[in-house]
Design a protein around this ligand. Structure first.
Ligand SMILES: Nc1ncnc2c1ncn2[C@@H]1O[C@H](COP(=O)(O)OP(=O)(O)OP(=O)(O)O)[C@@H](O)[C@H]1O
Length: 903
């Protein structure tokens, strides 16, 4: 017994000892592991921290189903397991905002300086000849310049499209109840030396290996310079969506497939058509940032989302970072300490001329964009003028107690309340208390260590370049831009009414009268835009602003693209519900017709508060079902009965699956749904102008009957096509079905997709569904017929309308929406690194822009004045574009005189 017990006890003791030893070992290992993890988190990887933080933020906004706070789980959840229907936050509702305020980096106040410390705003005042001829010259130059950009690729938005984030539906902040957020980015330390900036700038340039351009203003560069510079430029992407073109592989964490399960793909006939091998090389669509919390199903998509959709291994990948936004992945304060540098007063602001101590081109930390400023008021007193004081920078706190530079008594834009948030950055109201004028200030943070920031900067640069060439009453006017340390400020015409989306959310569906008026104005803007061979690619309610008088302005040109004549595959861009089938299918070259489709969707959105197919939200907010419906089915969306017959027909015209069957914007302006809009509903157009506008906007000459039938956009082929179509329409039969049956239905068709690596599948797609408090009212009229087989209720009208359409878009030898023309260009690789590069990118873009010979030809100089009220801008621009009689006050002297007299 003893022996047994003793033996047994001994065994027990041994066993116990072993057990304890084992436990100790485990504990030690655990300790080590824990310590390692801790070290990694705290010091090793800032991004890891940021991701975690971002995830937390994301989770804080979007309830997670998982009880575990695991990072990985959270990431997965953020894309794939969140509740499907996340109601959109209503505009004005305070939201948690992720800001970089923790960085301590603020937009330092710096005057616009060129590379040698000279004021940037040195453009000569417009000469009379410039003014009188500037439209043509501008158009020509602008188009040439744009074409140059496109051909040289760098500024082509598609360059970055592969990974571009889709802009979530931005929220409107008209209520301005985010005071905490509205505070200035940072307080600048006045004791910090500007040398820091110069140093950083030099390092940046050196690092970026970018050509230094210090001749932006003083030496009119040749076009060749522009082109060469452009080659180094990359168009920034939306902050939330970008994956560096050159680092697409580095963004596996943003794999789009996180958004839905593999099984969904497999079970989905639309996507299942793709072979696995194909999947692996598909593009990089992205979901909009779940962390943003502002997505509403209206998020734009960039890159090849189809690729994401087919990427089988990306679901809930641990590496998946749901927070691709540079904002969330930005470095901490340490990486941007230069932002704390003092922004020196602009030399001229102090009444002296001071050359840069170094005369180095990179001395100027910031660079102002001297692109078009509001006309009429040509003065040095504007944010980009030499007298614009650093202390009046938008980033300067507006505290009344703060003494601003007494010498900088010129115009001053002071950052006011937040107007909205986009994937790019925040938009604030800018107020010039000297003049009492307002503008919208888009503040975009540029990050140094995030590859995405480069794309963001590039995308913004693209937007700036495009916007700067657009001058139309129905397009938000670009005033200028400047970079202040790590922040870019884009000054835009302030449109106080907010977006159509916001109005729909707040007030519900619009009445038909409003829809007609808005649609007509959108068409005017589109006709103008398309005449300049530019496609918006993201037409939707959220990107259309309305002013208090009911004027409509197209905004958000981050996805806009100048179309060159080169053949290029279609880019997968846009917002899913508004996206044209050909974009989803990627089967045809993309052209201007994608905007027409989106317009049709927008009309439905205005009539119902929701875009078509929004009922097919799908799982994980990627909207695969909706995209399937749009891209692969033959169904057409329901058209609400509360729309008139004209309205229904208008929508049907727009929503023809065959893009070549869609009328042009100019043609649609003649549609009964919009051409009967009473003059009073077109406050910005006199009856005379309204008659001329459509034709002029398209720069085409009508061959039709009477001014009301001025429809351009056709050549002989187009006429033939239209006549043929009109005949069929007249017989009540559309040929669209037959034609469309040959359309590829697989999203795999584009070679564009195969050029991308799996790692480039980093897109984020619109995560949240549209959740409007207002539901569509009235029954709907389902459309059937598929592939454009649309029943026309106004065949007779349509025949007349179509047969009289004989215009031609200048510069285009093809008709209607030729698939062989107006195609996009392939993206070019990103050449930039680092944030400062992003800043440099801007500089280069802007410099290139300023170097554009087009600037010497006309309009940019004319806008070299301080911003004026939007109406005056619009009116003046309209007059310019209308090329009215010389008797009109196009005389620059008048404008200048008026301005200098204090107008
Ligand atoms: N010119 C303007 N006037 C008034 N408000 C504006 C203006 N521009 C933008 N906003 C407000 O700011 C919000 C975000 O702006 P915007 O959409 O241009 O930013 P973004 O980063 O380009 O957005 P997105 O993510 O849609 O691309 C808009 O929804 C609108 O409410």
């Amino acid at each position: 017994m003893r022996s047994w017990w003793g033996k047994s006890s001994s065994k027990e003791e041994k066993k116990k000892a072993n057990k304890e030893s084992f436990i100790d070992t485990i504990n030690r290992k655990l300790k080590i592991t824990s310590k390692e993890k801790s070290n990694n988190r705290s010091g090793g990887s800032r991004r890891c921290c940021k991701d975690t933080l971002s995830e937390r933020v994301s989770l804080s906004r979007i309830p997670s189903r998982s009880p575990s706070p695991s990072t990985h789980v959270s990431r997965c959840q953020s894309f794939s397991e969140r509740p499907q229907a996340q109601p959109l936050p209503l505009p004005g509702v305070p939201r948690t905002k992720i800001r970089r305020s923790d960085s301590g980096i603020g937009a330092s106040v710096k005057p616009g300086l060129d590379g040698r410390g000279k004021p940037l705003h040195l453009l000569p005042l417009p000469r009379p000849g410039h003014v009188l001829n500037r439209l043509d010259q501008a158009d020509t130059a602008g188009d040439l310049a744009t074409a140059s950009v496109s051909s040289d690729s760098s500024i082509d938005s598609d360059d970055l499209s592969d990974s571009r984030v889709l802009s979530p539906l931005t929220s409107d902040y008209e209520n301005g109840n985010r005071t905490a957020v509205n505070s200035p980015p940072s307080m600048m330390r006045q004791d910090q030396s500007p040398i820091i900036n110069r140093k950083n700038s030099r390092e940046t340039l050196k690092h970026a290996n970018l050509p230094v351009n210090n001749q932006t203003l003083s030496t009119p560069p040749k076009r060749a310079i522009f082109s060469s510079q452009v080659q180094n430029l990359q168009i920034p992407h939306r902050v939330a969506f970008f994956s560096a073109p050159d680092s697409s592989m580095s963004s596996p964490s943003r794999s789009p497939m996180r958004a839905f399960g593999t099984e969904q793909v497999i079970n989905n006939g639309f996507w299942a058509g793709k072979t696995y091998s194909d999947i692996g090389v598909l593009g990089s669509g992205q979901c909009s940032s779940p962390g943003s919390g502002y997505n509403s199903g209206q998020n734009s998509i960039g890159g090849d989302m189809s690729g994401q959709l087919l990427w089988p291994n990306s679901r809930c990948s641990p590496e998946c970072s749901p927070l691709p936004s540079p904002r969330m992945t930005s470095p901490g304060p340490s990486s941007r300490i230069h932002s704390g540098a003092v922004t020196p007063l602009h030399p001229r602001a102090a009444g002296v001329t001071i050359e840069s101590p170094t005369s180095r081109p990179d001395d100027g930390k910031q660079q102002s964009h001297r692109l078009p400023l509001p006309p009429i008021t040509i003065s040095n007193n504007h944010p980009f003028s030499p007298t614009y004081s650093a202390s009046t920078s938008p980033s300067v706190p507006r505290s009344p107690s703060r003494m601003e530079n007494p010498t900088s008594s010129g115009t001053r834009w002071q950052k006011g309340r937040m107007l909205g948030r986009g994937s790019f950055g925040d938009v604030y109201l800018g107020f010039n208390r000297e003049r009492g004028e307002m503008c919208a200030m888009k503040e975009v943070a540029l990050f140094s260590d995030d590859a995405k920031s480069k794309e963001s900067a590039q995308q913004l640069g693209q937007e700036i370049v495009l916007l700067s060439r657009l001058h139309h009453p129905n397009i938000v006017q670009y005033y200028g831009s400047e970079t202040v340390d790590d922040k870019l400020y884009i000054y835009l015409e302030y449109v106080s009414g907010g977006s159509i989306y916001k109005l729909l959310q707040e007030y519900g569906q619009f009445g038909e009268k409003a829809i007609r008026s808005y649609t007509q104005q959108i068409l005017c803007g589109l006709a103008y835009l398309h005449a300049k061979k530019t496609v918006h690619r993201d037409i939707k309610g959220a990107n259309i602003l309305v002013d208090p008088t009911g004027r409509v302005k197209l905004a958000d040109f981050g996805m806009a693209k100048h179309i060159s004549g080169q053949s290029c595959p279609l880019s997968f861009r846009g917002s899913p519900y508004w996206m044209a089938p050909e974009v989803i299918k990627n089967s045809n070259g993309c052209n201007l017709a994608v905007d027409i489709w989106s317009l049709g969707c927008t009309v439905l959105e205005m009539a119902t508060t929701k875009p078509p197919w929004s009922q097919y939200e799908g799982v994980c907010k990627i909207k695969v079902p909706a995209m399937f419906k749009i891209g692969n089915s033959k169904e057409l969306p329901e058209i609400p009965d509360n729309l008139s017959d004209d309205g229904k027909d208008f929508v049907r015209q727009c929503l023809q699956r065959n893009p070549s069957h869609r009328p042009t914007a100019a043609q649609l302006l003649e549609h009964p749904f919009v051409n009967n809009v009473a003059p009073m509903e077109r406050p910005f157009l006199s009856p005379e102008l309204s008659e001329e506008l459509p034709a002029i906007m398209n720069s085409g000459r009508s061959m039709g009957i009477g001014p009301a039938r001025n429809v351009s956009g056709f050549d002989s082929e187009g006429i033939s096509m239209h006549q043929s179509r009109a005949t069929k329409i007249g017989s009540g039969i559309s040929d669209a079905h037959t034609k469309n049956s040959s359309c590829p239905v697989s999203p795999i068709g584009s070679p564009h997709l195969f050029s991308r690596s799996p790692q480039n599948l980093s897109g984020r797609m619109s995560p949240s569904p549209i959740s409007s408090p207002h539901t569509a009212s009235g029954s709907s009229t389902p459309l059937t017929g598929g592939c454009g087989a649309i029943p026309f209720h106004h065949a007779k009208q349509r025949i007349t309308y179509l047969q009289e359409s004989k215009g031609m878009i200048p510069g285009s030898q093809s008709s209607f929406y030729p698939n062989n023309n107006n195609l996009y260009q392939e993206p070019k690789p990103d050449l930039f690194r680092g944030m400062s590069q992003a800043s440099c990118v801007f500089r280069e873009i802007i410099s290139s822009e300023n170097s554009n010979p087009g600037n010497q030809l006309g309009w940019p100089e004319l806008y070299d004045g301080h911003p004026v009220l939007a109406d005056r801008v619009s009116q003046q621009l309209l007059r310019d574009h209308m090329k009215l009689k010389p008797s009109l006050d196009l005389n620059p002297n008048l404008s200048i005189r008026g301005h200098t007299n204090g107008i």
